[in-house]
Design a binder for this molecule. Sequence first.
Ligand SMILES: Cc1cc2nc3c(=O)[nH]c(=O)nc-3n(C[C@H](O)[C@H](O)[C@H](O)COP(=O)(O)OP(=O)(O)OC[C@H]3O[C@@H](n4cnc5c(N)ncnc54)[C@H](O)[C@@H]3O)c2cc1C
Length: 523
Amino acid sequence: MTKMELNWTEPQWDGQADMVVVGYGGAGAVFAFEAARQGADVLILEKGAQGGGNSVCVAGGLIMTSVDEEASFKYMNWLCGGQTDEGVLRHFVSGLKDIPAWQHKLELPLKDNAQPFSAPGFFPEFPGAPGAESIKGMSVVAAPGGAGLWNAISAQAEKAGARVQCNTRVTTLVQHPVTKRILGVAAEHEGKTIAVRARKAVVLASGGFEANDAMCKQFLTACPIYFLGSPNLTGDGIRMAQEAGAQLWHMNAVAGPLNMGIKTKEGYVYVTYDLNKIAGFGYKNGAFKDGGSLLWVNRQAKRFHNETVDTSVVQHGLANRDTWLATTPGTPEFTNVPAFHIFDEKVRAGGAAMTTLNSRVPPWSHDNLKELEEGLIVKADTLEELALKCQWPEIQGVCKAGHLDPAALRETVKRYNEQCRNNVDPDCGRETFLVPLNEEGPYYAIGPMLPTYLNTHGGPKHDAGQRVLDHQDKPIAGLYAIGECGSLWGPYYNSMGDIAEFIVSGVTAAKTVLADSGARESR
Ligand SMILES: Cc1cc2nc3c(=O)[nH]c(=O)nc-3n(C[C@H](O)[C@H](O)[C@H](O)COP(=O)(O)OP(=O)(O)OC[C@H]3O[C@@H](n4cnc5c(N)ncnc54)[C@H](O)[C@@H]3O)c2cc1C
């Protein structure tokens, strides 16, 4: 033992609890509910002024579930590309089938269709994969979307006695230098540093690193990109786990891309619609309900993508190398970034041209006029004039500053219109919504657009009980990770699997912490 270790003393604790939870999103709320209702003293420390994180951004109201454990294990194993331990996947799949029953604990009426169902494009998202058909969706509680679900869980957690302290950013794990056990946390609260003791466990529920530009640049293969969720997800829990000796996994895994998007000066991100999803997923007010006189062009003013393709083809994960993530041979440049969304007056008047899946972001206006006034949409009488207004700044590693070439845009639209009239699209294989752009202006453009994603999945590696593992695959005593912070998802992801994971991992961690601490006390 070194002199420094001999001299080490625990900090003066400003507070304590059995379990300290870092982050009050869905995973933190599920854990707190499950542990508190079994009598544990749970304290949740949340960085934001209120809880919710990415979990309240979710606009839809569906959760992944399974009707055949063995088949779903095969599917999950295929999606994770062998990167996730078998025990972890089997435990998750087994937990999926318990979600319908678990929802009853929330004491809210369930939706009529709370039974598992298939939905092409979502359940399953990769239909050719082994076991895919065993993956189903189900509706969440009657309250709307992710916010409704989080409200229901957090209300139950607090009713069960969990304590919540917001505006508290956890900065460091307090770790015994010899045993390596996690004893508590240090946090910033109202300008002061506080130390909080965790008698049984610290649970990292602090989400991913999508709002940390440096980490995105370092770990994700596609950059620059936008994310649609909470600005508080800066990878704090991942860094703290690393400092405590944790092994990381899935650091390049992501949910998305959804499409190409733009970011406003307020930081709101909006994305283009998937034309097929409009019918399938209720975007009936989108700009395409009366036709599809629109196209997407890359910075060479060339079409590069079937604009009607939905995420059943542009799948989550890294499967988009020939579209959003295509590179120019011999250069490190992304060929199709940035891109522009070009449309005519029919589309402008037909409904919102962009959308957000984040329920915390103000909706795009139905007639697009607000965004036109704010400069998020540019307008011109001719395509040549429009091209000059489609400008972008220098993007490091991607391109120099520039604007679309007027002649190239004119040529692309001419070719696209001819293809629409012939009802065949050899360039991008678009089979539906082949509607030509008006011969006369005005024309509109939105951009520069970048590939836009939902969230990251990487973080500390954990075992089937959500214990954080060190580099020898041994648990770091007293440390657990749940939800997006060290998700089990690998290279590919099936929609609605993140909500499923925050439920299963939160329930699991509560059981494990109680079992581990019970075993310790009885020794
Ligand atoms: C727009 C959008 C739509 C989505 N739609 C779906 C969907 O339909 N289905 C699906 O399954 N998934 C969806 N997802 C993904 C899903 O929302 C997330 O993966 C999931 O909610 C993550 O839950 P979590 O509890 O792990 O993290 P979060 O809900 O993000 O919670 C993490 C919390 O930790 C806090 N925190 C961070 N750092 C600290 C710190 N240092 N100290 C204290 N607190 C900290 C944050 O403020 C935050 O409140 C969507 C994501 C987005 C962005």
